[in-house]
Write a protein that binds this ligand. Sequence first.
Ligand code: HPA
Length: 275
Amino acid sequence: MQQKINETISFLKHKISINPLVGIILGTGLNDLATEVENKIEILYEDIPGFVRSTAPSHQGKLIAGTISGMPILMLQGRFHFYEGYTMEQVTYPIRVFKKLGIKYLFVTNAAGSLNPTMRPGNLVLLNDHINMMGTNPLIGKNLDEYGERFPSMNEPYDNELQSIACSFAETQNIDMQQGVYCAVTGPSLETKAECKLFASLGADLVGMSTVPEVIVAVHSGLKVLAISVVTNLSNIFHDQAHSQEEIRDNAKIASNNLINIIKHIINELKLKEN
Ligand code: HPA
């Protein structure tokens, strides 16, 4: 794996002239954030050695390098999901590449279903913890000691300082953003009512099919993580209608502006800190 990563790194270093500090993963329907990137270089995943292709609906499958408010960033427009048939190693591969390229902060976004009636479609939820219901873990196998330890702590996977910057900004801007716990499932079938009830009873507010593998690998590698979900639908404990991909994309759009503003604000704060 290390040799493959070295190939990816040397390919990307030839293409990208910046030294990125922030990595951003765009979830379903959140592509608008990509339009905020300046001095953009876009590279299709299929052209990057070591990357697989993203096949999920509305995931574009390219790496974007550039700046947001002057901060050098790398963005994954389209992520890899376990339900696409990729291994956990493939799903989380870009995170290890980010780490080797010098990224310190990882911002993860996703579309999620709500298990909490106060978290409505179109709302943003800042993740403060997660439950891994995927039945596997991306760190299974030989530990990659150059990234992190065998048994990394998951006591606080989501960085407290980043969370407090995000919350204070949301408050000053009157953005309705609660904090919550995300439960990750493999999909691709959506949850049954009984499963939704189970996850809610365990303390989950949201359910989705991504994020947790990437966060585990990021924490293992020592990255500081911030994750924000866009609630795209109420889970089916609250209603009887099947939800469509269109509904999920439309609701992601509603929240997208607020999300862009929050991320830009955090980047500005980090810029002050890093200078
Ligand atoms: N369940 C799982 N994943 C999802 C959902 C959901 O209700 N909505 C968006 N992603």
